[in-house]
Design a protein. Structure first.
Length: 447
């Protein structure tokens, strides 16, 4: 869904290039048409399905946004030498980057889809739509909005907060950026709503109460609220009846909806993604657009460090490639994308405990992950050593997922590890087209 969109933040449906689709075109995959009112249970539920589809857009979790994030770390490198990929690989991202444009647009599409559902649930008068169902549906929409704004804050810092459905352009459409802190505060508010509304049921492909709690644990980690990070991660870990680490590690990749996943985007051959193809060499049916760095290949090939995670790299006729996504054939490009899983909760709690000087407790959580990988337990004399061990473990555990760049930025380690000393580059540029279209939108410093 590559789009070059010249828009204001909230007027994407009205100001577009002639060749573009409308931003508020609510008719992808399983959604309903924009002109159809969300005035019944069926239509609102279909709109909610469409909101999940927005998360799976190829410009978001379907590939492009994740590609920008992992190219910014030291696990992947641009092989195809496309100019856009090289911008992220070299930390020289241009505000005119097409990746930034389409990721920004895709995320606001997801926000607007969630806003439509939230708004409709509050006003619908369908006697067949029970209060419990309304709570569940609106809770899922709040979770989706929280996830998107959390990702946007990590990516761009402060962004405009659009909390009502966007149905057209008028004189009030231009919105200034909120601060990063204000965006995170809205994310927490939405997650509180989601947690209170969602049922304590198990479904790994939609938002549930545990998914909201898991995302709160991650948010609190970014906010350096160690007590709450440990608490909410622990709440999910305690639900051993529903969530458990899978062994061997490879089952995380080959078994969809496994017991470790808390929230997983379910791709099918109908709405597949190109993830395997961009990593796989030509001999295996891919384009080899992105490759693993030699450093991560060495680490993942070391049985004392990676253990069972060595499955994350492969070798084809002497060419090392990332093996995190594998569904490369034309009719089965349906690798699922894990958004939240139990191993992250253990590592969040380990990090939170380290910051609370609970080295013993932090090591216990860290070694749960190492034990699953079949490597020897880690040891640490103090919190500083434990934090470095957790950093190294997260690098291996989440290799070729959109974690490490954000981890190094939030911990203040991007300069030491990646050599990115200009702190202004720790967020990406807002697309130039948005700056031009929205007179209240100010470019991030340094771009």
């Amino acid at each position: 869904m590559s789009k070059k969109i010249i828009i204001t933040i909230v007027a994407l449906a009205a100001i577009v290039l002639p060749s573009c689709k409308k931003f508020l075109d609510l008719s992808p995959k399983n959604d309903i048409g924009e002109s159809e009112a969300l005035n019944s249970k069926d239509r609102i539920e279909r709109a909610l399905t469409g909101a999940y589809s927005r998360l799976q857009d190829q410009s978001y979790y379907g590939f492009e946004w994740m590609n920008a994030v992992w190219l910014s770390d030291d696990n992947t490198t641009a092989v195809g030498a496309g100019t856009t990929d090289l911008q992220f690989d070299n930390h020289e991202v241009l505000a005119s980057s097409n990746t930034m444009e389409i990721a920004w647009a895709a995320m606001y599409q997801a926000v607007n889809a969630a806003n439509n559902v939230i708004d409709a649930v509050a006003t619908v008068k369908d006697p067949g739509f029970t209060d419990a169902e309304k709570q569940d549906v609106s809770g899922q929409a709040y979770f989706i909005r929280a996830l998107v704004y959390f990702d946007m804050a990590r990516t761009w810092g402060g962004v405009p907060l659009v909390l009502k459905p966007t149905r057209g352009y008028d004189s009030t459409s231009n919105i200034a950026k909120s601060t990063t802190a204000e965006v995170y505060a809205q994310v927490l508010k939405d997650l509180n709503e989601a947690e209170n509304r969602l049922p304590a049921t198990l479904n790994r492909n939609i938002a549930t109460k545990k998914a909201a709690q898991a995302l709160k644990a991650r948010l609190y980690l970014y906010l350096k609220d160690w007590s709450n990070a440990a608490q909410f991660a622990g709440t999910v870990i305690a639900d051993a009846a529903e969530y458990s680490l899978v062994d061997p590690y490879d089952n995380l990749i080959t078994v969809k909806n496994n017991t470790e996943n808390i929230f997983e985007l379910n791709f099918t051959p109908t709405d597949g993604n190109p993830l395997a193809g961009i990593f796989y060499p030509n001999a295996l049916g891919g384009s080899y657009r992105i490759g693993p760095t030699q450093e991560i290949v060495t680490l993942l090939s070391d049985p004392t460090k990676a253990g069972g995670r060595s499955t994350l790299v492969g070798n084809s006729a002497g060419t090392a490639y990332a093996n995190r996504y594998r569904r490369v054939s034309g009719d089965q490009q349906d690798d699922d994308v894990s958004i939240l899983r139990l191993s992250e909760m253990y590592l969040i709690r380990a990090e939170a405990k380290a910051h609370q000087n609970d080295v013993t407790g932090g090591l216990q959580d860290l070694n749960m992950i190492r034990n699953r990988a079949h490597v020897l337990p880690a040891a640490a004399a103090d919190s500083a050593a434990l934090l470095l061990a957790i950093e190294d473990e997260r690098r291996l555990e989440f290799a070729f997922e959109p974690f490490r760049w954000f981890d190094l930025v939030r911990t203040g380690r991007a300069a030491a590890v990646l050599g990115v000393t200009d702190a202004r580059k720790y967020v990406f540029p807002i697309p130039t087209s948005e700056i031009v279209a929205n007179r209240l939108l100010v470019q991030n410093e340094g771009y």
